[in-house]
Design a protein around this ligand. Sequence first.
Ligand code: URA
Length: 434
Amino acid sequence: MRMYDLIVKKKKGEVLTKEEIEFMISGYTKGEIPDYQMSAMMMAICFNGMNDEETLNLTMSMAHSGDMLDLSRIDGIKVDKHSTGGVGDKTSLALTPIVASCGVKIAKMSGRGLGHTGGTIDKLESFSGFTTGISEEEFINNVNTIGISIMGQTASLAPADKKLYALRDVTATVDNMSLIASSIMSKKLASGADAIILDVKTGSGAFMKTKEDSFELATKMVNIGKGANKKMMAVISDMDQPLGNMIGNALEVKEAIDTLNGVGPKDFTTLCYKLGSMMLMMGGVCESLEDGERLVDDAIKSGKALEKLCEFIKAQGGDPSMVKDPSLLPKAKIREEVLAPTKGYITKIVCDEVGICSLILGGGRETKESSIDLAVGIELVKKVGDYVNENDCIAYIYANDEEKKEIAKKRLLDAYSFDENKPLDRQVILGVVD
Ligand code: URA
């Protein structure tokens, strides 16, 4: 078999066989197929697409390009969750202890933030001493004993995707549905869970800008998972403005803790109830979403979920007293109000821009090697649909540097739009695919 012939085939819009896809992925992972040939193939896929069978075969080849995590030593159904990412997305922080406290095993691999979107691992490191750099043995042991563990993605997990993603990033070939779906699902399948819930974000702060594209991506990923014999569900959720009110690592941890105390923001709480009930159903502890929502409600109101977060943080070296007293979390030196420049309804908050403000303050990474300031970020006091008078406080900036604060403040103000007419309501959950 020759890579050259496969490129010609895809260039003509023909379908690649399972064997051809395996040859291409294994050769590329081993360094036998050069970047320039794989770039040509990626571009041909962008122009001519892949059908469902090719997409599944591509995913399976990438998943098997490295270690496949074996979770068979954990009893019961292991449920994993993946979000396609966005601004203020601290869902895993609240959702995983809720679900684990109801008896469903959470064995999850997470990543760090890059650019304007945050990552679960960075957020968790707001708890001093906490680490996700644990061995597979500890990971499995923690899931078996306390029902929850989160570890960092190892280098040996889907190495083909790591290489391909870096290549796609610099060859303008990221935005193809089959390539995105196979990239995400290869990592999820290699992580070994029995059931996977996907939170596909949609809107200005998401990968997928339109509801239609988000449904298409969700459907592709659900089909891939089912093709690999996994239980699958997906929600399409709003990322046209940041999720919740807090953006920034320790700030988002605080908001997740507030939510576990029953005093979280409405949009974020709604999403946690929905995803939580779906995960509980997939984990076999309830028969219907209504029952699942009741279990989530009980986990929060009884304090069980908060207790589970303490156990989880402690088991991975973190300080659980910060869960009980979030004022111990990293704190910025400066907290400054951002005032409304005019009166009217807030009609838009450009989501990416809020993420970039947090990045400017030091809360995100410009490159993989940058270090981050866990304390800084933004609190949105007013969001889309709220009415404000001139000089009302619409947000707070949390900063450790005057100059960065000024830049972020100006940019944050520019991200807001006001109008005398109330905008249409937008729900946080826009659909479900199962
Ligand atoms: N996230 C991934 O992991 N891969 C993609 O291709 C896009 C988003």
